[in-house]
Write a protein that binds this ligand. Sequence first.
Ligand SMILES: Cc1ncc(C[n+]2csc(CCOP(=O)(O)OP(=O)(O)O)c2C)c(N)n1
Ligand code: SF4
Ligand code: SF4
Ligand code: SF4
Length: 874
Amino acid sequence: VRLYRPFSKDAFVKALPATTKVISVLDRTKEPGSIGEPLYLDVVAALQGTQFANCTILSGRYGLGSKDTTPAQIVAVYQNVDKKRFTIGIDDDVTHLSLKIGPALVTTPEGTVNCKFWGLGADGTVGANKNSIKIIGDNTDMYAQAYFDYDSKKSGGVTMSHLRFGKKPIKSTYLIHRANFVACHNPAYMTKFNMVQELVDGGTFLLNCVWNKDEIAEHIPGQVKKYMYDHKINFYIINGVKIGIETGMGPTRINTILQSAFFTLTGIIPKEEANKLMKDAAQKTYGRKGEDVVKKNWAAIDAGANAFEKIEIPADWANAQDEGLEFKDKTEGTKEVLDFVNNIQNKVSAQEGNSLPVSAFKDYVDGSTPSGTAAYEKRGIAVNVPQWNPDNCIQCNFCSYVCPHGAIRPFAFTADEAAKAPEGMLTKPMTGMPDYKFGIQVSVLDCTGCGSCANVCPGMKGEKALEMKPIAEELDRQKFFDYAVKLPEKDDVVAKFKETTVKGSQFKKPLLEYSGACPGCGETPYAKLITQLFGDRMYIANATGCSSIWGNSSPSTPYTVNAKGQGPAWDNSLFEDNAEFGYGMLLAQNAIRDRLKKEVEELVEKDASVKDVAQEWLDTFSVGATNGAATDKLVAALADKTDELSKDLVKNKDFLAKKSQWIFGGDGWAYDIGFGGLDHVLASGKDINVMVFDTEVYSNTGGQSSKSTPTGAVAQFAAGGKDTGKKDLPGIAMSYGYVYVAHINMGGDMQQTVKAIAEAEAYPGPSLIIAYAPCINHGIKKGMAKAMTEEKLALQTGYWNNFRFNPLGGDKKFTLDSKEPDFTGYQDFLKGEVRYLSLGLKNPERAKALDEKNQAESQARYEHLKKLIDLYNN
Ligand SMILES: Cc1ncc(C[n+]2csc(CCOP(=O)(O)OP(=O)(O)O)c2C)c(N)n1
Ligand code: SF4
Ligand code: SF4
Ligand code: SF4
């Protein structure tokens, strides 16, 4: 069936051979509650009254959750005669509907070359492979096919590119499991995944690594050595990091180098011709980024074509022992977490999740999974990580505040804790609290190497206290972090420095840690800070977008719990209905708490022994900051009571305390697709908090323009620069008069950020926070390590303004936190980002006009904000 609607009954019946006895219909859908899947029902209806009316019609499901559908599965469908309803692609050991699948079959035509590339998300491997496919498809008489398979990390995850080439048409719509060529672009994968084992006899394996010929043996696991020996694999190594540095591409942009090596090694196109075609393609792709970028790519292409080295497989590899994969069972943690990590997460992380049987998920049928599982991943993806030098540290905690991944933290150690620390842990006396030692610790294996911490570190006398060092040199320091993170949080330290300050907030455990966001992401530092302030009593409704991906990069969850087991409850419904979804969460809580409130009021009348604590709970009913402590006292006082009221209150103790209800989403959600719902929720007057991560594009789907995208920015759907300006969402919200509104920018004003977030949460009505969030889609020329510097520049030049509108502010409702901008730097700021710069290279006149319009709009906006001071403050 090629055309589903209208369903062509006649064409369908005509296509069936007269000998047909059994028909298996495969639906790529699942409609619980229906009498059959949709295509199956159409087929049944279509055959009524035809010569096939008496055929047996079987109904199967396939490809759900993007499961691969292989030739062996289709053979099983043909062999099936007894299962009227069946599934392929999963091992259903619960309802036993899945068919038994035979051995893998290769159905590609003779002479087809199958290649598989293992890359690290955002290292450019996928882009390079797309490019290779185009080069081969456009310049040879070969057929080409590519399929890209990813995990769910925004960056730093695993990417697998499956490429096929051949003289005959390729009709293999399934992944490659028998390859002629396999390339591993990240050496850390050697101990994590079975890659080489997919090569055919005599196949080629190319490994990107920093090891040389003499060192290589100690880094290759036994099972891989044996496979290479037994199957006569041609093994090559290449040092992409070194060439990347030498050619100016940088240590992480190894894609072009490896692509060039691939062309030489496979000989699909003659070497000289491949070199020329790759250079032409680089010119086309990077031309808009400037000539220097093109030149660097050309140098990488030249170097990559020759820089690989063949490794002769030693005879003793024949006897190498199987060492297994790196994902070993974890032992520290609650049973709930360990069960999930050991039974599900480890397998999925090893890229073997597709082999998990249905029964593995029996404890998660409601879709909920335990918090805090990202802490078990320890991905070790950074090239360089920060090294702390206490001598230059002024204990400002900026590093921790801006870290997108929660991988660098300040700790307060008692003398005893410092003495018991693993040998070599650095500390210094804590400023203002002489009984404590202060130490910055880095989770080396969770750091992404973004460099944001070192960038903001003020250090002392011009000397930074953080310096980025190669990860290999720092691995030994992981143990200090692991020790520190298990120590109790110091409430007196938080109290001394106040949790609503930049410094004080960082002594609280982030309840969002080690997310799968891109290195340097502008969104996560805000979310992390919110969890440090309210995470122990927080509910989050998350719109689909980057924040739903880094917020739950399946199989792991970065939202976590504190020592008491309290942490954010998080859920994602849809893109478009998120405000309503969060509102529903609030209404549900309110309904339960209103009922419990009546019970407590009754209790105050009835039971003198608990009157005081019950009254305290009632008095603080709507105040999140104090109602939690009052709840603890009330529950303790009721614990041993046997009356029905007390028993019911204790049974519902999780619902007693006032929660902090949050709605998270991006600008695509808030300004565009979810705007109607957002407006409805803001208008409700209810105590609910909305956080908009404003990247000025739909980031998660690759940078489409939203109504937040400013004039002149190039985005998808705005290839010639956006014609219209940014929507005034804060203005719309302020017009209600009873909505707390904050416009914030962490890198520009760290203290204003935490102040606004604390005010928004404390405000007893709806609050809207719009936070400027740099993103890889902006193409910041300085690199994402400088995302905070970019935020600061945005504020200084007037591209962004910080302000707060507090309906309870009396005669000072509106505060313009931004200083008078210096608009002279405005155009330079725009040119620092590819989203603005690129239009100038293609169409300078239009770019100039739009950039000037953009600046004029910002100038007008600032003038307007100044008028609001008079308007709202009287
Ligand atoms: C109704 C609907 N349309 C499209 C999508 C696909 N989609 C998923 S995330 C996303 C972009 C989200 O952008 P934004 O809200 O700005 O958040 P960001 O990714 O920038 O954080 C889109 C278009 C979807 N999930 N639902
Ligand atoms: S380099 Fe980036 S991820 Fe690593 S600790 Fe610093 S800010 Fe965090
Ligand atoms: S930012 Fe630098 S000076 Fe400040 S606490 Fe971190 S390491 Fe110390
Ligand atoms: S917002 Fe941008 S930087 Fe952050 S995770 Fe999404 S794409 Fe990456």
